[in-house]
Design a protein around this ligand. Structure first.
Ligand code: ACO
Length: 452
């Protein structure tokens, strides 16, 4: 008997007891291959007439998945069973893409074939390239990205049928391949520089650097240390189970929306400062701190309940231990800064001192707040030469493979249903309708002021 079968047989159930009626209801327990057991409340409403209330999904598993496993208390992150440290040490990004999409690491031949497929999809339809001209030059590259990725469905409608396995796979390949080109072009557009097209003889990360930083008038040689750092960055951001943007992709996809529209929705969700926008926010915070002496004041501010300020790059919904991705980012930051002869970078100095002080602070210890992946990634990206507005774009480029793998898994899951959460209604009870000339005037502006 397999370990999993054994656990399943020993599965417990919980009893929900209604004090008023004296009725009791059995709630079965499900056990995955790893991680906490899960109460199966699918028939809760049917059996009891009640919903479960869980804003922010802090205790709710929205799906079952075999892609990524996180143990936030132990600081463990695994993709398809492989530890993230092994993947960043031994694999490159394209191999991790294959792993996430197909479930296993590729053989040499499979990897070559996969890379060829991705290379074939890297360019954009020329008409889509013209689409960029509709944006203002000072548009945030994330705004451009949401628009251009959403527009892919208008250009590649031969891979929008989610029910067709071939179209599903082609859509995943197209998204993974084109997203780096889309992100680099958003940057080039903001500078007013010509777009640079990808090359087949460069790796995924080399291409990204080439398309972003080269200009047609000059020879551009990719620095291998920087390309390796970008590859690690993409691996570390490739997937992270059911976070806000991934859940957004799944929710959008659960209605049967096409994959390009779903990934555009994921990009929009990633943009927020509590999620992918945090790497940009970390740099702004370090710049605002300005010098090591000011750190205690900022730590104090972040602990003040009446102040909305939080230490950016600290804390995580799932990790209640050091984020394993932050460890790799920290080592990579040192390598990149050494290579670029920026080891004395003032922001790195502030970041190291801030981390040291916060980790000794009772508030952060008690609340289990540790640096997350965003804490050091911004320092790396800034040193390489990316403007802060590109940071979340780069996160989106890395995460696209995770979004597509999760979307594909959801479509192929036999228990897939349209996502439709319920609510705890707190509004008015039934009211009598008043005709307009009987209603009291309430200025909308008065209402707005009263909210301040
Ligand atoms: N600085 C100061 N206090 C914090 C921080 C922080 N960075 N993060 C959490 N806390 C405090 C909260 O105020 C709260 O205190 P309370 O219990 O007294 O009310 C407690 O720690 C728990 O925090 P929650 O907000 O309930 O934790 P949640 O899981 O909802 O939030 C989040 C996680 C959004 C990441 C939060 O830690 C945060 O805002 N961090 C800063 C932004 C950031 O770095 N985001 C990137 C996340 S990683 C990623 O998306 C790739």
């Amino acid at each position: 008997m397999s370990d999993y079968e054994d656990k399943k047989n020993k599965a417990k159930s919980y009893t929900l007891f209604n004090n008023e009626s004296g009725q009791s209801f059995e709630i079965p327990v499900l056990k995955g291959t790893d991680g906490p057991e899960v109460l199966d409340i699918r028939s809760l409403y049917k059996d009891t007439g009640m919903f479960a209330y869980d804003p922010g999904y802090t205790s709710t598993a929205s799906c079952s998945s075999s892609i990524t496993y996180i143990d936030g208390h132990k600081g463990i992150l695994r993709h398809r069973g492989y530890n993230i440290k092994d993947l960043t040490t031994h694999s490159d990004f394209i191999e991790v893409c294959y792993l996430l999409l197909h479930g296993d690491l590729p053989s040499i031949i499979d990897k070559q074939k996969f890379e060829k497929v991705i290379n074939n999809h890297k360019m954009l339809h020329e008409q889509l390239v013209n689409f960029y001209r509709g944006f203002r030059r000072d548009a945030h590259p994330m705004a451009i990205m949401v628009g251009v990725v959403g527009a892919l469905s208008a250009f590649y409608n031969d891979s929008t049928d989610f029910a067709n396995i071939n179209q599903r796979m082609i859509a995943c390949h197209r998204l993974i391949a084109k997203i780096a080109t889309i992100g680099s072009m958003a940057y080039k557009y903001s500078l007013g520089q010509p777009f640079v097209y990808p090359k087949d003889n460069l790796s995924y990360s080399e291409n990204l650097l080439y398309m972003t930083f080269s200009v047609p008038t000059k020879e551009y040689k990719v620095n291998p240390v920087i390309a390796e750092a970008m590859d690690k960055f993409f691996i570390l951001h490739a997937d992270h189970e059911q976070n806000a943007s991934t859940s957004t992709v799944r929710l959008a996809g659960s209605s049967g929306a096409n994959p390009f529209a779903c990934i555009a929705a994921g990009i929009a969700s990633l943009w927020g400062p509590a999620h992918g926008g945090a790497n940009e926010a970390v740099i702004l915070m370090l710049q605002e701190i300005g010098s090591v002496e000011n750190i205690p004041n900022f730590i104090k501010k972040s602990k003040d309940k009446n102040d909305p300020f939080r230490l950016m790059g600290f804390g995580h919904r799932v990790y209640k231990n050091y984020d394993p991705r932050a460890e790799v980012m920290k080592v990579t930051a040192h390598k990149v800064l050494k290579e670029l002869e920026k080891s004395e970078d003032p922001l790195l100095k502030i970041a190291l001192a801030l981390e040291k002080l916060a980790l000794k602070d009772e508030y952060f210890i008690e609340k289990k707040l540790y640096p997350n992946v965003d804490f050091y990634s911004g320092i790396i990206l800034k040193a390489i030469g990316f403007p802060t507005s590109m940071f979340t774009v780069l996160f989106a480029i890395g995460r696209t493979v995770g979004w597509t793998a999760q979307w594909k898994e959801m479509i192929e899951d036999p228990v897939n249903k349209i996502g439709r959460p319920r609510q705890l209604y707190n509004g008015s009870n039934s009211r009598n309708y008043e005709i307009i000339n009987k209603r009291e005037t309430k200025s909308i502006f008065q209402w707005l002021w009263s909210k301040k």
